[in-house]
Ligand binder design. Structure first.
Ligand code: IPE
Ligand code: IPE
Ligand code: MG
Length: 239
């Protein structure tokens, strides 16, 4: 853990957030759901910046799940438009913001333009303070199935043997290979479930569920989640 610049409390190295509640935020205001997603994107900008000033090394955010394709075409294209706009802006400001981008999820289902922006954002950023992992068309189960398939392919090619498989080796087939597990996972919006987020990586994460909707989530809420994390007694199966 690195010491926080603001309050001297050590901050977790890796924080993950399920950015939920955009739709309800919009509904409460009589606005279309897409307006909620636009406000959610603003909230993400604010929190990513704050994480950087706190000294958080990895920020993983759930932006679009493998199940979110069940939504209306209008809502999905609105979300994708916002993502594209955000990535364009990020590509421009990346150096200034010293952020490195990574994408967890099957990007092949996204539009070619959006895939191109993701690839550009991922290939840049050498010098950085914080790595942002964007979960896009991400599902924890899908991630595990893909890892199992890749390993099986390597076995079929004779590059691996089944008995070689360990937790560590399996991890190297996940989107999160080389990223430490999140110490803290935050879900705003009042829902208390994982919704298929980081199933493997969350084995010993501390969950903090909060009643605020994601567009209203600010630095003070993140401070509160970190304080709650510090009150937890992490035993990892010990005593
Ligand atoms: C999270 O907000 C954003 C995505 C899932 C893309 P929601 O759109 O799920 O907002 P609620 O849960 O309906 O309020
Ligand atoms: C989880 O939120 C996915 C994201 C925040 C991207 P959902 O709104 O899709 O989850 P459920 O449907 O409430 O479980
Ligand atoms: Mg939701």
């Amino acid at each position: 853990m690195t010491p926080s610049a603001e309050n001297k409390l050590p901050v977790p190295r890796h924080i993950a957030i399920i950015m939920d509640g955009n739709g309800r935020w919009a509904k409460n205001r009589g606005l279309p759901r897409t307006a909620g997603h636009a406000a959610g994107a603003e909230s993400f900008r604010r929190i990513a910046n704050y994480c950087r000033t706190l000294g958080v090394e990895y920020l993983t955010v759930y932006a679009f799940s493998t199940e979110n394709w069940k939504r209306s075409e209008e809502e999905i294209s609105g979300i994708m438009r916002l993502l594209g706009a955000y990535l364009k802006e990020a590509l421009r400001d990346m150096e200034k913001n010293r952020v490195r981008f990574c994408f967890f999820g099957d990007l092949s289902r996204l539009s070619p333009q959006l895939q191109k922006l993701c690839n550009e954002a991922q290939s840049l950023s050498s010098e950085y303070d914080v790595q942002v992992n964007f979960c896009l068309n991400y599902g924890g189960r899908d991630e595990l199935v893909r890892a199992a398939k890749s390993f099986a392919e390597d076995v079929a090619k004779g590059e691996r043997k089944p008995e070689e498989l360990t937790e560590q080796l399996l991890e190297s087939y996940l989107y999160s290979a080389d990223v430490p597990d999140p110490e803290l996972i935050i879900r705003p919006s009042g829902e208390m479930r994982t919704s298929n987020f980081l199933l493997w990586q969350s084995a010993y994460s501390e969950y903090v569920f909060m009643n605020v909707l994601w567009p209203d989530f600010g630095p003070a809420d993140l401070d509160q989640a970190i304080e709650e994390y510090h009150r937890r007694n992490r035993r990892f199966g010990g005593v």
